[in-house]
Design a protein around this ligand. Structure first.
Ligand SMILES: N[C@@H](CCC(=O)N[C@@H](CS)C(=O)NCC(=O)O)C(=O)O
Length: 223
């Protein structure tokens, strides 16, 4: 596999892109990182993800793989060292279930929580978000990682959002640590790993970026 050509089309602030960076780092796969503009999409991105036209996209020996969880699963099955998904079929479905839950809830609620909604609607999104984090905290239980003793698929799916928490808390005015202290302990544990800390963006830069997006959303609503 030494002659593999691996390229990642990504955007620095993307939590779903960070999943792929973590998985590649966990496996020790060397790759070329190609930062993409999401406002002015490259011909390569449009060619490699013609359906959704979104990052992240992994290009492995000329073939493209799209959708972050799909990509992480592909990486896990292609480079077998440090497995992320359990081999037991039932355990695998449980990992997939919780990773999909992160996508459907944690990823999707951020828009309402910090950009589009205000007042009661924002409060409802915040409550929904905290409830979902608590469910995840329950699933983690007393384990060091969702994957058990080592970083697993659900850890990779969820931990990138940690660098967005500062923006969520400041923009929606609440404390995630006060609500879910064990989950924050888990975030800090994950950050001790180079594969995670080197893949996540700086929370202050994410905050500045999120504020810029908020202005754009609110201006576009006025026209
Ligand atoms: N479900 C997709 C989500 C991908 C996604 O939403 N990517 C965003 C960046 S975080 C994007 O490329 N947005 C550009 C657009 O929507 O045009 C995944 O997990 O890969």
């Amino acid at each position: 596999m030494d002659n593999d050509q691996v390229t990642l089309l990504d955007f620095w602030a993307s939590p779903v892109g960070m999943r792929v960076r973590i998985a590649l780092a966990e496996k020790g796969v060397k790759y070329e990182y190609k930062e993409q503009s999401l406002r002015n999409k490259s011909a390569l991105l449009l060619e490699m993800n013609p359906v959704h036209k979104k990052i992240p996209v992994l290009i492995h020996n000329g073939k493209s793989i799209c959708e972050s969880l799909n990509i992480v699963q592909y990486i896990d099955e292609t480079w077998k060292q440090s497995p992320l998904l359990p081999s037991d079929p039932y355990e695998r479905t449980q990992s997939m279930f919780w990773a999909n839950f992160v996508d459907q809830k944690i990823y999707d609620l951020k828009g309402k929580m910090i950009w589009t909604a205000e007042g009661e609607e924002q409060e409802a999104a915040k409550k929904d978000f905290v409830d979902c984090l608590k469910l995840l905290e329950g699933e983690l239980g007393a384990k060091p990682y969702f994957g058990g003793g080592t970083l697993g698929f659900v850890d990779v799916a969820l931990v990138p959002f940690y660098c967005w928490f500062h923006a969520y808390e400041t923009m929606a005015n609440f404390s995630i640590e006060a609500e879910c202290p064990q989950l924050i302990e888990w975030c800090k544990r994950c950050m001790q790993k180079d594969s995670v800390s080197k893949s996540l963006a700086d929370p202050q830069m994410i905050y500045n970026f999120a504020m810029k997006l908020r202005k754009i959303y609110r201006l576009s609503e006025q026209v």
